[in-house]
Write a protein that binds this ligand. Structure first.
Ligand code: NAD
Length: 280
């Protein structure tokens, strides 16, 4: 099976373009799907302190027999841990749960504008980066305006922004801004949590290629240049979701899928979302 291609991030670190997401997978159930994903060829795993399953992810990685430098592990700083010293301490807890000395990519999970401390929080990630505890640092759910502010007030450029992005919410303006800044776009809920897979345009293109709707949607992301982290705990789907490197969509098909989109999010609005914030 063809391996996902590598994307070179702005700091030179390479990251697989397709990986395995583990949001909403309970701590005591995460070991098996991560193990299956690694067997199927995934080398990127996307977790977060908030998912409360870092320990199981770490065990699956440790027992996989795959060399550490072939694996790419992302985790994220939770909202309750914004602030310089809190962020440093939270990172240590995540690294310990994962059983890793160095984490490949550390993200601020949400900007939390209500608390107005993401600049200070980013400085903690910069320190972790300078100290060699993380190979790359990035953002999640940040808007163009927030990224512009970080760029003007801090030193290290985020390597990527992980945001809600799928055919139902294609985020063209943000993607274009990120590309212009040399910041990679990573799509969360790349399958729209499965809700968009019955769309007529997607099912027609899937039938024409002899592929599943999920594969067509993931291929759409890959050809747009997005990094994707589909989640499934079903063995067949785990294999299906990585088998997207032996067919291509035409430009007209890409455009037809993009045209499905609206400006309606499925997930929370980053400008409002403040779950776990200390200022709540
Ligand atoms: P997703 O778009 O990956 O959809 C997952 C769901 O789609 C599954 O639960 C299943 O119901 C369905 N599905 C998966 N494969 C399928 C297939 N082949 N055929 C049919 N249905 C299929 O949604 P997600 O889990 O929300 O997002 C993926 C990952 O993104 C998460 O696991 C997490 O790592 C990350 N994420 C990050 C944030 C953030 O704020 N940074 C938010 C949400 C998710």
């Amino acid at each position: 099976m063809a391996q996902p291609p590598m994307i070179t991030l702005s700091n030179g670190v390479e990251m697989p373009q397709l990986g395995f997401g583990v949001f909403q997978v309970p701590a005591d159930e995460v070991y098996e799907p991560v193990t299956l994903a690694l067997e199927a060829g995934y080398r990127l795993v996307d977790t977060a302190a908030a998912y409360r399953n870092e320990e199981g992810v770490g065990k699956a990685i440790a027992n996989s027999g795959i060399a550490r430098d072939e694996l790419f592990v992302t985790t994220k700083l939770w909202n309750a841990d914004h602030g310089f010293s809190r962020a440093l301490a939270a990172f240590e807890r995540s690294a310990e749960r994962l059983g890793l000395d160095v984490v490949d990519l550390y993200l601020i999970h949400w900007p939390l504008p209500v608390q107005d401390d993401y600049v200070e929080t980013w400085r903690a990630l910069e320190q972790l980066y300078h100290d060699g505890r993380v190979r790359a640092i990035g953002l999640s759910n940040f808007t163009e305006q927030q990224i512009r502010r970080l760029r003007s007030e801090t030193e290290v450029v985020p390597v990527l922004d992980q945001v809600e992005l799928h055919p139902g919410f294609p985020q063209a303006p943000l993607r274009s801004f990120l590309t212009g800044e040399g910041i990679a776009t990573e799509a969360w809920s790349p399958l729209g949590q499965g809700e968009i897979l019955g769309d007529g345009v997607i099912t027609r293109i899937a039938a024409e290629h002899g592929r599943t709707p999920a594969q067509v949607v993931l291929r759409w992301h890959i050809e747009l240049g997005n990094i994707v982290i589909p989640k499934s705990v079903t063995p067949e789907r785990i294999e299906e979701n990585i088998a997207v490197f032996d067919f291509e969509l035409g430009a007209d098909e890409i455009d037809a899928i993009t045209a499905i989109g609206s400006d309606r999010r499925q997930g929370p609005d980053p400008e409002q979302f403040d779950l776990g914030a200390r200022s709540q």
